[in-house]
Design a binder for this molecule. Sequence first.
Ligand SMILES: [Zn+2]
Length: 365
Amino acid sequence: MKVSSNFEGGRIEVQELGAHGATLTIPHDVGAQRFRQWFAFDVSGQAGSSFELFIQNAHECTWGDAFGGAYKVFASDGQAWRRLDSSLVGGKLLIRGTHAERRLRLCYYPPYPAERLSALRRRTRLSGGTVRLLGRTPAGRAIECLQLGKQDRPVWVIAQQHPGEAMAGWFVEGLVEFLTGGGAAARALLESVGFAIIPRMNPDGAAIGNHRTTPQGLDLNRKWAHESAPIEVSVTRAAMIESGARFFLDVHGDERLPWVFAQPPDGLPPVEVRNQVDAFQAEMLLLTPDYQTKHRYPYDSRVTPSLAFATNWVHHQFGIPSLTLELPFSDHLGRPDPRGFFPARARRLGARVARGLGVVLMPTR
Ligand SMILES: [Zn+2]
């Protein structure tokens, strides 16, 4: 069999290759040895024959235990994504599959494709919105913001500060599809509330197959307080200060927790902000079983917020509802599915969140 990671976002190291299997390792993020989680590679062999792969350093990854439990490896032969039989065996990730007619792509989570991002830009423009270039990354890639509706205190949504959390890209697609779909609810929403959406905060990290950081080893969601923040953060901060903001969502993926959840900023926001967040959460519970409010990170209202985190910085700056939205790599156990939390599910959630924000933020309420 053959194993290759020679494509954008591809990442694996081959240790040993046999006729029906391979021993592999996951390399650390370029620029940051402490992060090691992302993999994406192609396998090919005789169609119909089975193969067995061992990722032998799974237990040495940043969230090594997260490869077990409800998590299963994703695979696609160019059609839909499905999940392979995979499990943790003695600290190694064992993956079993069958070769397809064409190469089979295996990955930690399906990357959000560049051609779909182009389609989102087109949709945005066709529906009267603007694609604004905020700046360029150190490698020269565009940091773009999709603007829909009035840009006076819009809802700000950012995704993929952590490049391996690709479900955030699929989520944004659903959100933008809803807003540009021409439905009555979306039209009414955009008449009163604008949206400013950054689908990919860390395009350089995504392109090289980093899980957590930029190629310079920077975790963008720890850099919001810094005067000389990385360009990806500094241009976003500047654009937010210029437009103002009325609601903020920072979309992430969580390796371990098998739940969709929203994490509030640290500290205790004023009561009117908490009421708005409560209203949003209540609406989401009505809109989809792919949302819940019981499971989240530990939260202590007495903690002094670190402004290095996006949601804390935004809440400090604007005094508005500011949430980290976490989507699982494995599954949302509120509605377990053999396909886990697959891309179309992240997309559907994006549309539901747009609807939920509409109910909470529309002045007619
Ligand atoms: Zn994250």
